[in-house]
Design a protein around this ligand. Structure first.
Ligand code: NAD
Length: 252
């Protein structure tokens, strides 16, 4: 009962595939209306369509989370449609892969612009609405890489940006809790999504498997209950928390 989200308005960024898509389904199935946001409108529309077929109220929006005008337009569109925002799922992130000594400033900036600046912009735009209404749940997607340095290396900008996500979450989580806004993050281990297929990372999967006590990669579905919990009143006493879901990998 306390895990139901009926009547709530949620958005999920990077929801066109992978983890964000799974989050959008989970929030919708728990009763929320869901704005499906992605850089690529067609991907957002496809997922919004999947939700509609399940009877979930959905809205597809294109936004580049690293651009302040896009983020404001996203929040304005949700408020115009459904009146407010209760649940902000800031999930969009990228992982560019290069040896640290070869990482270009362009790669560094791109990673930080999406993974950290994007999160700041989304937390601020959604947070202003939530602070005004005295209620809100923000769920950021960090990574196990915020805690450990998963091998192989070549993830300098990514790892640093995800550590930043955790500190941003802790800071906002404590700053806003007395005004009813809880800010937490989820740190997945290695999840079977296009993010890890689309790069040279795929051949490394076998090596990673030996690092995971659970003996398998995570599926996006392994993260669904966590996002519903953090979005619901059941987690009202929780803020600034980094919920790690990695099959034990960070302990080995
Ligand atoms: P993915 O690449 O499969 O999907 C990401 C989605 O975000 C894509 O649809 C993409 O179009 C969208 N996107 C990219 N840049 C964007 C931008 N600037 N604005 C809006 N949307 C944008 O990724 P995923 O594996 O589902 O990862 C989602 C989140 O989870 C990321 O933050 C990632 O860092 C994090 N994560 C993933 C893993 C993993 O193993 N897959 C592990 C830990 C954390």
């Amino acid at each position: 009962e306390r895990l139901r989200l009926d009547g709530s308005v949620a958005y999920v960024t990077g929801a066109g595939q992978g983890i964000g898509r799974a989050f959008a389904h989970a929030l919708g199935e728990a009763g929320a209306k869901v704005a499906v946001v992605d850089l690529v409108l067609a991907k957002a529309q496809a997922v919004a369509c999947e939700l509609s077929l399940k009877g979930i109220k959905s809205l597809a929006l294109a936004a580049d989370v690293s651009k302040p005008e896009d983020v404001q337009r996203m929040v304005d569109a949700i408020v115009a449609r459904w009146g407010t925002v209760h649940i902000a799922c800031n999930n969009a992130g990228i992982n560019l892969n290069s040896a640290s000594e070869e990482t270009s400033l362009e790669e560094w900036d791109k990673t930080f612009n999406v993974n950290l600046r994007g999160l700041f912009l989304c937390c601020q735009a959604a947070g202003r609405i939530m602070l005004n209404q005295g209620y809100g749940k923000i769920i950021n997607t960090a990574s196990m890489a915020s805690l450990i340095v998963p091998h192989p290396q070549k993830q300098l900008a990514y790892n640093a940006s995800k550590a930043g996500v955790v500190k941003l979450t802790q800071t906002l989580g404590t700053e806003w809790i007395d005004r009813g806004v809880k800010v937490n993050c989820i740190s997945p281990g290695i999840v079977d999504t296009p993010l890890i297929c689309s790069q040279e990372l795929r051949p490394l999967v076998r090596r990673w498997l030996s690092d995971i006590p659970a003996g398998r990669l995570a599926q996006p579905t392994d993260l669904q209950a966590a996002v519903v919990y953090l979005a619901s009143e059941a987690s009202d006493y929780m803020t600034g928390h980094n919920l790690v879901i990695e099959g034990g990998q960070s302990l080995w």
